[in-house]
Design a protein. Structure first.
Lengths: 128, 128
DNA sequence: AAACAATTGAGATGTATTATCATTAAGGGG
DNA sequence: CCCCTTAATGATAATACATCTCAATTGTTT
């Protein structure tokens, strides 16, 4: 059965501390290292994958960057800022919510969808 | 000015030959190598990036895989088959087409969106 | 406490891609 | 048609991100 280790708890704590920042595995590693200096990168990557598989957190695939993680598992969209490369939450009531169809004309079975908006975060959008 | 090299033409030919397969850079390299054995991987990656930046072809970011390329620049959706890992075109007339909003409540500027469906390709969906 | 198995740490390894830089060749001007 | 300039290329090193390997450790069950 799955074991409850100190490392896992520290990783969850780091994710809570960084809530809203959508940190990368490397960023989480750096954060956890401050309280647990002997933790290994391998452990961080392993545990993050495990948690993502369990639905405890979201794994965000970001082009030209490592994966980012989000402990907010409520359904919401993300935007990659093309200027500062940060991932931010999108909060548009009118944002098209995807009703995922189960199949298509050519015989595909559709089980999920990944959506990532591109543009500028509020900070970079205000720059001019 | 931009030069029209033999290498670029061979890469375009390979993309046409592989049309519909959404090949990776590595696959394109292998294909071009058959007619141009001395071509370098660096050239393939460079040219593909250049073409993608010019809109000559689409660059598809696929999780846990290298980028895939598509010389069909007509707007259409893609699905990653979770079984065989192939990228296939989705042809659903009723697939929700995204009207990209220009901004959101929190001040983001939205300029684009990446959408990737997950599921099974027609071949793998028919397996049971 | 003993035993067993899941987990970890350290570092090697793998995969995809870009950087560096000397050499080559595209394409315009004379 | 040849020269010149400079973009483009080829070879390879370097980087980034992530996973694999395996001995050592540590939860958990007995």
């Amino acid at each position: 059965m799955e074991r409850n280790t100190h490392q896992k708890q520290c990783i969850l704590n780091a994710l809570e501390e960084l809530r809203g920042e959508h940190p990368t595995a490397e960023k989480i590693y750096e954060t956890v290292s401050q309280t647990l200096p002997t933790i290994s990168r391998a452990t961080v990557y392993r545990v993050l994958n495990q948690f993502a598989g369990q639905g405890v957190l979201l794994q965000l695939h970001v082009p030209d960057s490592g994966d980012h993680y989000d402990n907010n598992t409520m359904p919401h969209s993300h935007l990659l800022c093309c200027d500062c490369k940060r991932v931010v939450d999108l909060e548009s009531p009118q944002l098209p919510t995807f009703d995922i169809p189960s199949g298509d004309a050519s015989g595909c079975r559709i089980t999920g969808v990944e959506v990532l908006f591109l543009g500028q975060c509020p900070h970079c959008a205000a720059k001019f």
